[in-house]
Design a protein around this ligand. Sequence first.
Ligand code: SF4
Length: 446
Amino acid sequence: MPTVYLETYGCQMNVADSEMVLGLLGKAGYARTLDPALADVILINTCAVRERAVERVRGRASSLARYKANGRHVLLGITGCMAEHLRHEVRQQAPYVDLVVGPDGYRRLPGHIERARLGEPVEDIALDAHETYAGLDALPTLGSGVIGHVAVQRGCDRFCSFCVVPFTRGRERATAPAEVVRQVAALAASGAREVQLLGQTVNSYRFRESGHEVGFADLLRQVAAVDGIERIRFVSPYPLDFTGEVIAAMVELPKVCRHVHLPLQSASDAVLQRMQRGYSFGEYRALVARLRAAMPEIAITTDLLVGFCGESDADFAETLAALGELRFDNAFMFAYSQRRGTPAARHLPDDVPAEAKQQRLAHVIEAQRRITADLYRAQVGRRERVLCESPSHRSAAELLGRTDAFRPVIVAQGAGVAVGRMVDVVIERSGPGTLHARATARELAP
Ligand code: SF4
């Protein structure tokens, strides 16, 4: 049986794409190996959102290419956003790459591998306005199987000026609700207890069928009706599409977790405007207030991008002040790096010096670290339900789980405390980004 080794870079969508690729290749007769030295096919599923991610993949591809030189016929493939972004340049820069396949070419991957095996260099980088995730199930193979991913949408229509995604993943296309439900039910049957619905702007989901439109709130209701799935998360919603209907569905459906990852990017209206985000900080703040009023226990996390074109010290100070005001549970924070082909690269000078970008990044990271530590400290003594996801990195005697609000919790293994179990705990202490808990009640073994 031929073997495939796959490495994944980037966001949750890429994790889901990798799981989908492993499922497709599994059906085509490939076995997964975790050792590239044993692989017949080596795939790197890539990200193009930041230059640093691209550099990492370049280095890794050149290092993995050594397995082609040991006398075996090994194929090396670059898939995903970097393949789409760099297109023909991938093979110009790295002629040892056999396959270059963009996000819309995955369905054809088994055939591409067969062609490459016959010595034909393969490039499949065309975006396909009709491709969706229908029939492309992401089997929960990369983790412990407790969390399943279902991509409900491809592409993005927003065109934020800094972002390469609309160019690498194309325009928005939704998977039919019945197909989403089928994939969720298949995950439940395979043992997943939580499903994460994925899309670049997941809450802008819209699918027209039989003369009416199914929106994201309806989709949440349909997914919540699937037996066996106990938690539903969705990543990442776009602030402008967070309608009252979606908030009402969250309130109505106890399976939908009390956590929202809501990208802010900047709190300066001038910067938001140059980013073409479409909202002001005041509108974002009002949305946070609406979410917290509807679900007082909700945890909100965010994305921040510092050092964007024209960001002044005063603009940055507004972002820093917003952190103090909104007190996010946590944040992904990055310094801007220009991406070729984006509106910002074409029209806005990348004029914040690299040193200032790094200083601002260090500043927000430190501010957020203190806020997260404070919020986590306030959790001590609380009772929570934790879904145990995997062994902890620190000790085989401990498991890592998450609360409904997505806070990571370490809990000691024991009778009934095992991967895949939902456990009642008391939070006993907090670390800077982790909670430590004692189990108080466990599920009975099935
Ligand atoms: S919403 Fe903006 S940042 Fe997010 S994927 Fe679309 S263009 Fe990129």
